[in-house]
Design a protein around this ligand. Sequence first.
Ligand code: ADP
Length: 198
Amino acid sequence: MTRGVFLVFEGIDVSGKSTQARRVAAHHDALYTFEPGDTELGQELRRWVLDAATPMNPATEALLMLTDRSHHVNSVIAPALDAGRSVVCDRFYASTLAYQGYGRGVDLELLRAASELAVGACLPTMTILLDVSLEVVNERRAHDAKDRFEAEDLAFHQRVRDGYLHLAKENGWFVVDGARSKVDIARVIDERVADLPW
Ligand code: ADP
């Protein structure tokens, strides 16, 4: 059986990832899923990893994210792909490099090695980065409730954004200007993914 497409959307909070990931998944009859937290164990891990009231070392934060990913890959993503179903995932491997690596300063090589342990051979067919400035984030953020990451200062979010752009260049990802309208973004993404073997 042919393995399905594994498409990943990355970007900072409110860049529009889930809007586009859900839309593309529905259009191609693919499984939509997200990290962290789209399994029973993941929900529990997500609660802790996003809870701003629980102080947490950056390495602990990274290991919880990777625990979630390992379980998600083995119980959701890989079984779907192996069954020939395509998967669209909202955040994956690169989120850990961007947030815990570029954002928190955890050693990137250690994160890459631990990430390999978490994902094995399950790597994305394509990664799309929705890039937005922090000004756009401030305009779009509709609520005040802050999780561990939302509560971080501007400098943290700027490091994460710059880290994503660096990774995109290094790995040849498709980068979309997330400040454009949803319709414009949908058009460029649809053109880019049309030829994937859905
Ligand atoms: P993310 O998954 O990156 O956090 P979402 O897709 O949930 O982002 O979008 C966050 C908010 O921004 C939602 O209210 C959504 O409707 C809005 N949004 C998403 N894309 C755009 C866009 N291109 N222009 C304006 N608002 C957008």
